[in-house]
Design a binder for this molecule. Structure first.
Ligand SMILES: [Zn+2]
Ligand SMILES: [Zn+2]
Length: 413
């Protein structure tokens, strides 16, 4: 029998409750895999609305309209990059989960019993704690997870610096009273994102903080938390945000003598080097004063507005590509993914104010026109396509002239 309360579609009220994990077991139990809604896609519009709300509130509070915009865009870029592989294959974790369940399961739990839900909730949360702890304590896994920690801000967009949607509203919620004892609250997760010495490798919990209390990794928030990596990367360029630590591991691997040491570079903590304990020495973590200013873009307000407009356009293509992925050809999919990556990179270059940014942006506009002309990409509103072309031609002319000028005045740049 099918679950009568289960729906393919998620209502708005359900969506909002879903964001705060206020769901009944019967609403989130399904008999077959096909009935399970695509939670990430359903959550996206709600999440973006909440982020805009957060932006407006911080504007009112701090008086800076585009403050932290660069950091938020870099986080969104990372979120988009991490979702792109899903256009080509079903998630590896789901496929292997189904394979193991079909071939090696020890017992079958009744799918519609609340007890199954409670038990598996505990199980998943316990598993998450250990996965997350390993993501911090095993260097090669840290190469993936550091992306999420590279933001020097701490707001809703930070949660998107990876594929998992988590929700923590840092500045709204100070302390949740007795709930702090059992739940992973915004305060506890602020500590997890800190680069102060007392914050390193603490509070790995997903939903329940009890695991950290049991396994000795709990730390309460006390002195002001400074967010980000202990060695900030100071860039908004998406490839660097995603892969810089992998490059670090690669160079350290070859520079470290001895086979055992080389493997230790990969599997021990990110702070390890020969002669040190597994997780490195806490004294080597740079001290923070609490007055650190987050890295920010030196781009003009006008350029930032241009970047936001291009990002919004790209987001529309991204949404449409996911919605139509079943009917699009593999070539179109691949070209669109390349265009999205190119756009994110170009935006990163513009925000970083790199010398090559103008050339790259001109090239991107040209690619856009070619993709539109050849039918691989269609402007969001077809009647506006003419206006788009004129706009982009102006952009190309503008950037083209500028970059040629740059090249002429300094050919070695
Ligand atoms: Zn973490
Ligand atoms: Zn986090």
């Amino acid at each position: 029998m099918k679950n009568p309360e289960a729906q393919q579609d998620v209502s708005v009220s359900q969506g909002i409750r879903m964001m705060f994990y206020v769901m009944k077991p019967s609403e989130t139990s399904f008999q077959t895999l096909e009935e399970v809604p695509d939670y990430v896609r359903k959550a996206t519009p709600l999440f973006i609305s909440l982020m805009l709300l957060e932006l407006v509130i911080s504007w009112i509070r701090k008086g800076k309209p585009l403050g932290g915009l660069d950091d938020a865009l870099a986080s969104l870029s990372a979120g988009i990059m991490s979702q792109l592989p899903r256009l080509f294959y079903r998630s590896i974790e789901l496929t292997s989960y189904v394979y193991i369940w079909e071939n090696y399961r020890l017992i079958s739990l009744p799918w519609d019993s609340p007890w199954t839900w409670y038990l598996t909730f505990l199980g998943v949360d316990f598993g998450y704690y250990w996965f997350h702890r390993m993501a911090h304590e095993v260097n090669i896994m840290w190469a993936g997870h550091q992306t999420h920690h590279s933001s020097e801000g701490y707001n809703l967009s930070t949660a998107l610096r990876q594929s998992v949607l988590q929700i923590y509203t840092s500045w709204v919620i100070d302390n949740l009273g007795p709930l702090e004892l059992i739940l992973n609250t915004p305060s506890h997760h602020r500590v997890h994102h800190g680069r102060n010495r007392y914050c390193i490798d603490k509070n790995f919990a997903g939903t329940l903080i009890i695991w950290d209390r049991i396994f000795g990794t709990f730390e309460a928030e006390n002195e002001k938390v400074v967010y980000g990596l202990t060695h900030p990367i100071n860039t908004f360029e998406p490839f660097k945000v995603q892969f810089h630590h992998l490059v670090n591991i690669w160079t350290t691997f070859w520079a470290t003598p001895g086979l055992f040491n080389k493997f230790s570079v990969i599997f021990k903590g990110p702070g390890w080097s020969p002669g040190k304990p597994r997780l490195g020495l806490i004294e080597e973590i740079p001290e923070v004063e609490g007055k650190e200013v987050p890295f920010s873009s030196s781009a003009s307000q006008l350029l930032k507005m241009y970047v936001v407009a291009q990002f919004a356009l790209m987001l529309a293509f991204y949404e449409e590509t996911f919605a139509d992925k079943a009917v699009l050809s593999q070539v179109t999919l691949l070209l669109r993914v390349c265009f999205i990556i190119l756009t994110l990179t170009s935006i990163g270059f513009l925000l970083d104010q790199r010398p090559k940014a103008a050339v790259l942006e001109t090239f991107r506009c040209l690619v856009f026109l070619i993709l539109c002309r050849s039918g691989h990409l269609k402007p969001c509103i077809s009647s506006l396509s003419f206006a788009f072309e004129i706009f982009f031609s102006i952009c190309i002319a503008f950037w083209g002239v500028r970059s040629v000028k740059q090249l002429v005045s300094d050919p070695w740049r």
